[in-house]
Design a binder for this molecule. Structure first.
Ligand code: ADP
Ligand code: MG
Ligand code: MG
Length: 201
């Protein structure tokens, strides 16, 4: 991966685009099993990142990712802000200045472990982890194909539908959470698709 301001700018733009164009969908998923703010939360967070893009993207990868994570923690309320914030901050902490593919795979796993530590959730509890973990496993298994990675994320988000929520607001619904896709799983799959799309270019 090149230490390129342009690549970071493209990533910020792609992530903002996907979050804005799916904000209503994310909110309606969250209306079904949560409090109906996930689209708004994601939009607020990534709009703040984009508003600061000129200064953020000028930083090298570790500082850039830490700053993105801190922005999400500060600007996004709810569960998802601190959790996605932790994901990005840990990526920043783990990555060297010029990361290789292997560095990225290792840092992604470390970031997921940090999210698990923060949210006290396990896989299979109908959260963002149910997308992040299968995607990490596919990478660790040696499949680095970016289209396959995006497809894995979307399939994993689909697979949260039959799960009964054990963590987060959706757990308040008990069995009534069954049959709905987890909003944070959906947004994770969308973020992965957006990042994969840029890296593929
Ligand atoms: P809130 O639930 O506080 O309104 P959001 O609606 O923005 O926050 O985000 C909800 C999403 O956060 C859920 O769909 C789920 O994927 C994720 N989430 C909630 N709690 C946890 C947790 N403890 N660990 C991992 N992810 C979680
Ligand atoms: Mg919510
Ligand atoms: Mg909320």
């Amino acid at each position: 991966m090149t230490n390129s301001v342009e690549l970071r700018q493209k990533l910020v733009a792609a992530v903002l685009q996907v979050v804005e164009s799916h904000a209503e969908e994310l909110t309606s998923l969250d209306q079904a099993i949560g409090d109906g703010d996930h689209g708004i939360n994601m939009k607020r967070g990534f709009e703040a990142v984009a508003a600061d893009a000129a200064s953020l993207t000028a930083k090298p990868w570790p500082e850039f990712l830490k700053a993105v994570g801190m922005t999400l923690v500060m600007k996004v309320g709810g569960a998802s802000g601190p959790l996605f914030g932790t994901l990005f901050m840990t990526l920043g902490k783990e990555l060297p200045l010029e990361p290789s593919q292997d560095d990225l795979v290792k840092a992604f796993r470390a970031a997921i472990v940090a999210v698990q530590g923060r949210g006290k959730a396990e896989p299979g509890q109908k959260t963002m982890l149910d997308v992040l973990i299968p995607v990490a496993e596919q990478l660790e298994g040696g499949n680095r194909d970016l289209d396959a990675l995006a497809a894995k994320g979307h399939a994993a988000a689909e697979a949260t539908k039959p799960i009964k929520a054990i963590r987060g607001r959706a757990s308040f619904l008990g069995d009534r959470s069954i049959g709905h896709m987890d909003p944070g799983a959906r947004s994770s799959a969308l973020l992965i698709e957006a990042v994969a799309g840029v890296l593929k270019e």
